[in-house]
Design a protein around this ligand. Sequence first.
Ligand code: 9MR
Length: 452
Amino acid sequence: MKNRLFKFLLGILTVTSTLLVACGDDDSDDGAELSAPEIGTPTEITQNSFFIDWPFVEGAEAYLIDVATDDEFNDLLTSYDALRNGFSEITVTGLEASTTYFVRVQAVLRDVVSDYSNVVSVTTLSEGGNSGSDTFLKNAADFPVGMAVRSNRLTGQHEQILLDEYDQITSEYEMKMNIMYPSEGNFDFTSADATVDWAIDNGLEVHGHALIWHNATPSWVENFSGTDEEFEDMIEDYIKTVVTRYKGKVKSWDVVNEAFEDNTGALRNSVFRQRMGDDYIEKCYNWVREADSEVLIFYNDYSMVIDAVKRRAAINLMKDFIDRGVPVDGFGFQMHISYDFPGKDLIASTAKEVTDLGLLLHFSELDVRANPNNDLVALTNQRALDQQIKVREVVEVYNAIPEESKFALTIWGMRDDETWLVDFWGHPDWPLLYDSDFNTKKAHTGFLEGLD
Ligand code: 9MR
């Protein structure tokens, strides 16, 4: 908002100074050169409008805006055929839903006109008239389909796709301890509340993730200065505060995430284990149950398909909890996998180890790396096809588990350019179901095929 006011004032100043110069010297614009505007990414996209802006072009007194339905600008909209606009931004209105538009802008000063800007394209949102479409994942699947979200990606095309395709959300990072409990005694639920409220308002379920995770522990907890007993009281208070706050809104919680070491299956020597003992996990599970008798309690971990030793350790813990009546309802296989590995049979047999225990199974963080060996600079057709097949296999496996074991299959991010994997591995990848322009990929087709 401030930005717009600033631009408005700057616009007036620019126009005024241009006029003053022009009044003082009639020939002042002779031979003047105007650089072409550079349009930024369109925002505030609705069914019938969108917003664009661009940095001021020095010397410009106005801009001419073209909007067309083709990128050659043959089919210009009558009201946006070199529409003159005094400011370096505009909300383009009166558009059709689900339609792609192309925009370009020129700067002008009297009879001097700049080159055209870059061309940007925007697809307006659909009317929701196709919400019954069976190509939407949630309509096609008999189990809940989930998506990892961020509180600042719940509008525009993100929101439309979430509403069309998904039954459930998981907060990608804003419901972790480092965000919700940044300093002792001070909770910050701003982003968590925004996410949960959005989901409830829109009829989506919320899977809570993750109360205790060694990788998202605030430093004040890592370096807690009190006694072990005080540490344990603090964790009990944290868990009960959060679970109580979202009681009736959050359906399930990953209570402890990634508690075991790779390959050895040893209990990870986190600050929680050091301060609370080897039985810290069951303590946490019991506190969740005391705070909310209904919420589903999950254990969640990665490499569950491929790391047999770690999986054995986690499965044994679950068995022990079930035998001793420690509350636990479900098990999350994160499913950060690759286009060529692991194989379908291994995914199926390891999933069965969980469902045989009578626990709910969540495929909780699915992404399928297309470039694990960094041999591609762009997603090839062949690799996109291979990825499609792997997604199909994962969905086939999940679809075939017993009905009573199904909880949800959650995808870890919407668009390829939003994945955590690129930062993590430091090279390109395209592991998700949408490309960076919100177009469905072959992997999306693979998901639907897996349900046949
Ligand atoms: O994808 C998440 C990334 O955006 C966060 O920065 C990061 C730390 O909060 O967590 C990532 O998600 C992780 C998930 O919570 C647990 N399993 C591994 C995921 C990837 O690191």
